[in-house]
Design a protein around this ligand. Structure first.
Ligand code: ACO
Length: 427
């Protein structure tokens, strides 16, 4: 088959660009050479721009498809677990039983933080947002890192260390803000059980958390493990393209995740439910969300890529209802309000026509709240789960021979060159 070309005509010239084939999803026009003709492409928000090639995750937002390394998210959520998904994202294949056990063993051996890091928590007020502490602590972890990112084995080890240590840091962020003593990690528990144990246990040897709640937590981790070139992953890749320390790059990704348009949506969604307050106010808030002059949006609704139901939201909704049943919270006013809002918004023509469905974070926020987790921890838990996605993307980026420093161009609309007047002559 002849190589396909795309042509672009302007100012009496026609330029040709190679068309690159995707395995799934849109092909891509390679416009690297466009700048040679003295013009740049303009795409604020990256609506139509691919910033890299990747083999990790595929999303078809119109069809509501999400694949990790080719496997549909629902099959992974129902037939696999977070440790298998971590192995899959990092290695490209699901582990067999022996590989899974060896992987879990490696993770379990690396949960402990360098002892000096424990002192750092003391520098934060108890009412500091746990995301601020997380960003600082993950950044600080880079100071203790001695892996060589130029060596593929060193890169992999860095990913293992991060996946293992981030639940410990996250749980400590929580306990610090609650004024509670830290609970050390336990290697005899599963990844999700260990996290819940470090968060909620009264004593180091308290009984293991309820397996159903641990499974719900594992599912939250699995559904958030990766999501192709979203804002935080692109931030990690961009910071990584400078050759910066990979753990520091992950800290940059965590900062990008914090915003309410991205990972901060789960916290914002729960705050919004409290702001709405009661079912009789839902209609008036829906009217506000539809009013273009009103900045109020329904948090936890809509998505840049999914213009169909987010496949993760479907699974998270199920888990959310399971957990609400299990903890007997279905009658809790805030959860009743959430379910009422979901029903009304799914029927409202504005939301239907604009394809604004509840996203995964609408349900993950409610689920976590029912698990007794405060809303300020929701984005921390998202960051914990996404660490494997960031690490996998960083490894892919740094191993790619086509990788270059990420340095976007701009459309300059400021002043033309002008002379500096001496201060006495300025009006
Ligand atoms: N409530 C009300 N109206 C909305 C909402 C919402 N949540 N989301 C989008 N719209 C409207 C916009 O006002 C816009 O209307 P217009 O066509 O009249 O201008 C239209 O729908 C399209 O919205 P855009 O903002 O152009 O879509 P974009 O893809 O840029 O935004 C985003 C996606 C940022 C997620 C947006 O839907 C939003 O802010 N949602 C609420 C925050 C949220 O839940 N974020 C989590 C995303 S998921 C994640 O990161 C894990």
């Amino acid at each position: 088959m002849a190589d396909r070309k795309a042509s672009l005509s302007f100012d009496q010239q026609t330029l040709e660009f190679p068309v690159l084939n995707a395995t799934l999803g849109p092909d891509v026009i390679d416009i690297k050479s466009l700048g040679n003709a003295g013009v740049f492409a303009f795409d604020p928000g990256f609506y139509s721009t691919a910033s890299c090639t990747s083999k990790i995750t595929f999303i078809d937002g119109d069809k509501g498809v999400l694949l990790y390394r080719g496997y549909p998210i629902d099959q992974l959520a129902y037939h696999s677990d977070y440790m298998e998904v971590c192995y899959l994202l990092l290695n490209g294949e699901l582990p067999d039983a022996q590989e899974k056990n060896a992987f879990i063993k490696e993770i379990n051996q690396a949960h402990e933080l360098p002892p000096k890091m424990l002192h750092l928590f003391k520098g934060f007020d108890q009412d500091a947002h746990p995301m601020s502490i997380l960003i600082a602590l993950v950044g600080a972890l880079s100071a203790f890192d001695s892996k060589n990112p130029k060596d593929p084995a060193g890169r992999y080890q860095m990913a293992i260390e991060l996946i293992a240590k981030i639940p410990t840091i996250a749980a400590m962020c929580y306990r610090h803000t609650q004024g509670l003593a830290f609970i050390p990690p336990r290697a005899d528990l599963s990844y999700a059980e260990n996290f819940l144990h470090m968060m909620f246990a009264e004593e180091a040897d308290s009984p293991a958390p309820d397996p159903i709640l641990a499974r719900a937590m594992d599912r939250i981790f699995t559904l958030h493990a990766d999501h192709e070139q979203n804002a935080s992953t692109s931030t990690v890749r961009m910071a990584g393209s400078t050759g910066a320390n990979p753990i520091a790059c992950i800290a940059a990704g965590i900062a990008a995740l914090w915003g309410p348009a991205h990972g901060g949506a789960n916290e914002a969604a729960l705050n919004m439910l409290h702001q709405i307050g009661s079912e009789d106010k839902v209609e008036s808030y829906l009217e506000r969300a539809k009013d273009p002059k009103d900045p109020f949006l329904l948090m936890g609704f809509g998505h840049r890529v999914y213009k169909n139901y987010d496949p993760r939201a479907k699974i998270m909704r199920e888990t959310c209802h399971e957990v609400l049943d299990l903890v007997g919270a279905k009658e809790d006013p805030i959860f009743k309000l959430a379910l009422h809002l979901e029903k009304i918004a799914l029927e409202d023509s504005y939301f239907v026509e604009k394809k604004l469905y509840p996203n995964v974070d609408f349900y993950s926020g409610i689920t976590q709240s029912a698990l007794g987790i405060p809303s300020t921890m929701f984005t921390v838990i998202f960051a914990l789960a996404r660490t494997v996605g960031w690490a996998s993307n960083w490894i892919e980026m740094i191993s790619d021979p086509q990788q270059r420093l990420s340095r976007p161009r701009q459309l300059y609309t400021g002043e033309k060159e002008r002379a500096v007047k001496p201060i006495a002559e300025r009006a």
